[in-house]
Design a protein around this ligand. Sequence first.
Ligand SMILES: [Zn+2]
Length: 446
Amino acid sequence: MFSFCSKSPVDEEVALVVDAIDKLIVGTITPKTCETMSREISCLPMFDVSYEVVLDKNVSQLVLNLGPKDTYKWLVVSTLNHPVQNKGFKGTPTERIFHVMRIHVVSRVVDAFKHLRVMIPGTITTFTLQANIFDLDENIKKLPEYLSVIRQCNTIRINGDEGKHSSLCSVILNKLRIPVEISTREFPADKNLNLVQVSQTPKIEIGLDYATPEDIMSVATKNTVIWLKEFGIQSINQLLHLWLNSSENHMSSLNLKIKNPEKEKIDDIFKDINSVQGVTKPCCGYKSECDKVGCKNVKLGRLQTVGVHFRRRDTAEAVVFYAIYLNEFTFLMLINHSPFFDFSRFETAKQEFKMTIPAYKKMSKEYMELLRKLHKEEMKLAANPAGKKSDRIQQTLEIGKFKCRCYQWEYYQFAEASINLKHIERIAYCRVNDRLSDGVMSLDDS
Ligand SMILES: [Zn+2]
């Protein structure tokens, strides 16, 4: 089903596109007519075209953005939870669409997209896959086909429950080359994930079932966030050794979010790494053995708020933080390969933070309002199971639209995550003098 997300005058070209899309969705289009339409449409003064694709067991979406500022924007909503069940059902086009969608919901959306993209070529800005589609075996079987249709997208997001279908997460990521961003967050990929390939994408936020310090170094890209169940202090120590012995020149931030962080062995975090310029604070200066009462807590507190400065032989520098009570990070490394690290980078972060925070506050408020509306609509639908068929379809569509808009607000959550990181950078900036007066950690040349 298509509807206007933005109010715009429907002129001739757009009417043609609308007609083509409608035919696609009801499934009356053949490859031949598709080709004809493609020729007709290509004669028109075309706009920039981009797509957003969401595959979800319940509500899949195709958003087609036309025009320099998305002047025309369509939304296809398909849903499995619709009330039409009569097989010989003859109704309005909308109702017929739902009949088709009910049976092959995800594959129909993929199929429609395939044809649509032939007619109106355009890039996929964001492809979102809800792993719940794999609850249906049919979708697991058709995954290669889906991926061949999607092929290239700038950003991929895979959302899912922890552990379930996580082998498929690796299958998907290994198949696609993503130029902008990968996000699988808490939905972990298994050991078959091609770490080196993933590291070609400049921004990643991924979950890994299991990872060694070597794995982390392989997958680390410019900006990396990795969700892990376990990654002990000893592993962090090894990771620091690997970085100090490496000559990587691309990392900017590495953020590990460890579900079960370790605090008991905190004394070993910088084991066999020497302090140069005399690290004397806190307490014993992060030496691995100390008998003083409360030393562990002082170290933890300092690692969370001030951090420790590291320098590599090639002059690359890093600030390292460790926290066990924060959501934003457990282990965080901010890396710089040029001089004047603290000043320029943190000053920029501070300015950005100041500018963006009011906008995000406003977006957050609107998002909460949308969620409330969505909840209200869903309650209305649930309370009226015997209602008029057409009313129920209309309501389902309304919910679909709300869900789509809520979904777009995930941008907010993403931005928020990156703002968190900027916030951390701001803290790092504020404590730069404390940190530098604490001294610098390095490896011996011997
Ligand atoms: Zn101590």
